[in-house]
Design a protein around this ligand. Sequence first.
Ligand code: BGC
Length: 494
Amino acid sequence: MKILVLVLSLVSIGFADDEINSRYFPKGFKFGVANAAPQIEGGWNEDGKTESIWDYYAHTYPEKIVDRSTPDIACDSYHKYKEDVAMVKAMGVDYYRLSIAWTRILPTGYPDKVNQAGVQYYKNLFAELKAANVEPMVTLYHWDLPQSLEEQLGGWLNETVSDLFAEYARLCFELFKDDVKMWITINEPKQVCSAGYGAGYYAPGVVSSGIGEYICAKNVIMAHAKAYHIYDDEFRATNQGRIAMVVDSLWFEPGSDSAEDQEASERVLQFGIGLYANPMFIGNWPQVVIDRVAQRSELEGFSTSRLPAFTDEEIAYVKGTCDYLALNHYATNMVNATADAPIGNPSNGNDISVLTWKKPEWPVGAGDWFGVVPWGLRHLLVWLKKTYGDVEIIITENGLSDTTGIMEDDHRISYYQGYLSACLDAIYEDGVNLSTYTAWSIIDDWEWTGGYTAFLGMYYVNFTDPERTRIPRKSASWFTNMVATRCLVDTCTE
Ligand code: BGC
């Protein structure tokens, strides 16, 4: 019943307040759809693939996954990739964002033995995409660290893992140099580190808030930078592609005009997306993060800041390592300042000290944090432009997750229409250099700890049917039409 009410309210509220922009998308603007290996491939131990941290997490701690499910089969894309490509082609998009599973290419995690069957799988997938005239956009790391590296080395808490990632990246650049030109190193380092090695609710489940997550952050940034330099030095000239790391953020709208709430918004952004984007676009951690963590660390009795420092050489090495800014964005929260948390146990939340909340009238997606607010994307894009300059922005994920999976998903259409309209506002009204938009997701998937209980697909998959038949939802035809017309309403103007 609750679910029904939720859906009805999503449908009826729609986005009546936000006028939909009636300009065409600019010429050359690109559209794509996305998913990632650990969420759709299945075949978790087939043809030489080994366990990733997410396979292990779901196998070992079923209670951590809402429906106790595993990604063992998922959408079975390991066998049904041709159907996936046909779906993507039918949508008329320019590219398909997918990811490579490290454990399929290098089963030990180390660059000792290349698994030819794994390589062949991706070769086949790229050939299929080429025949369909769809470009691949390839993420090298979508959270699926080889479990071996977690067990033997402590995963992203060990800087050696950043060298191993760089080796794996070099191998992929070499193996797929004729197939891929749009490269992404790492997806959402904030989730990798804060959820994986901070709060600990994502694999590998290490609880080390305010300590482990900052060590992870530095190692992940260095991993990206190493891969970037390898690409730049050894492959760019011949491959002629582009490469970046994907950062993610909610928009945090200040709860009032007060200086404190404005600062709270800035602070929570800098501790989130800024932690990763600042080193790459400006150099070093954001100053507010350096200052606050140092100050609190000292009061807590630490002899040095819990935030590991970058050396001057490292700052120079990391700065400028993105060919564009790749952004994942889903939702908005309000934010208010709170008094600084009392000194006690270190934690990222205490370092930030803000209060986040959602307006009751906002439609919501699956998950507490999911406030559906299209103008939030526009505000975030403007903030990125203000903070990092006139950098080209590519949206690498945006979409609505719900808990019903209904086929007549008008609420998802409203979501895309509203968020794409916010993109047009940002382009035409605010001069944001936004070139590309990726919808997440083409297909229902294994939603990490959400298992098979949260749905984002424009194609439905019945996860109890051995055939894993893909069936388009209403949003699939809306999106296809939008891509063809490059327009969000019945009639558009240039
Ligand atoms: C992740 C995806 C995930 C999506 C929706 C993003 O943070 O990159 O893997 O499916 O959120 O939950």
